[in-house]
Write a protein that binds this ligand. Structure first.
Ligand SMILES: [Zn+2]
Ligand SMILES: [Zn+2]
Length: 242
């Protein structure tokens, strides 16, 4: 079996670093340095351009978060190896229908967790100790996705522990769930609305969060606490469309 240091540095730290720098870098290059200036009209907060200082601050804190994520991933790796959790490796154990179903169950559980933990982090008693830093950037960029204080990094990563411990998941589904989370996160912080009004008004698509929803959350802090879907925001009266 690999040593702790080998697992930590050789795998998780490297993978997590790439999973931040590559998608955030590509999205930043595409939206902020593309020669295709048609994007400029779709900037959500048109009067705010991100400064280098803000982006460097977001990157520094994101790198600390990645270090914390890598430590937590290594601990989880050893827990799974010790027999904890419900990861399964033979698809036949739960059948083919359960494979995509478990992906959507994971998204719904995460959205529920994210919404309530997010509202809790906005409580005045804990906000400045846990979530203030993420809101220092009022007009986010893809570099903002992991700009967390250490307690928030632990809160955000804990969903992976919860899912692995309570929900039977095939490693492929866990990987797709994390990949989708990174893409949704980078998209939600890119600062440009790339989802068309037609899709936003669609009877079913309207329940998916758009870039504008999370951008508004950074701008005013009082609405749009959910991550993927806005059912809970609509239900609890915290939804703001534009
Ligand atoms: Zn954010
Ligand atoms: Zn917030």
């Amino acid at each position: 079996m690999l040593s702790v240091a080998q697992v930590f540095i050789g795998f998780f730290l490297l993978i997590l670093l790439m999973a931040y720098l590559i998608p955030a870098g590509l999205a930043y290059g595409y939206f902020y340095h593309s020669r295709n200036k048609s994007w400029a009209t779709q900037k959500i907060q048109k009067n705010k351009a991100p400064t280098k200082e803000i982006m460097y601050r977001d990157i520094r804190w994101s790198l600390l978060t990645i270090f914390i994520f890598a430590v937590l991933s290594t601990v989880l790796y050893y827990l799974v190896n010790a027999g904890y959790g419900l990861l399964y490796y033979d698809i036949a154990d739960y059948g083919w229908i359960y494979l995509p179903a478990s992906f959507f169950i994971a998204l719904i559980l995460h959205d529920f967790y994210f919404y309530w933990m997010h509202r809790l982090m906005h409580h005045s008693m804990v906000f400045k100790f846990v979530h203030l830093l993420h809101h220092k950037t009022t007009s986010p960029t893809p570099w903002t996705i992991y700009a967390f204080q250490p307690p928030e990094a632990v809160v955000q990563f804990s969903i992976i522990y919860i899912l692995v411990l309570i929900l039977p998941l095939h490693p492929i589904v866990l990987f797709l769930f994390i990949a989708y989370n990174v893409i949704a996160n980078v998209g939600g912080h890119c600062g440009f609305e790339f989802i068309s009004q037609k899709n936003t008004d669609h009877w079913l698509m309207k329940y998916l969060n758009t870039v504008t929803h999370h951008d508004l959350h950074h701008a005013n802090c009082t609405h749009n606490y959910s991550q993927y879907f806005n059912f809970l925001d609509r239900w609890y009266g915290t939804f703001r469309e534009r």
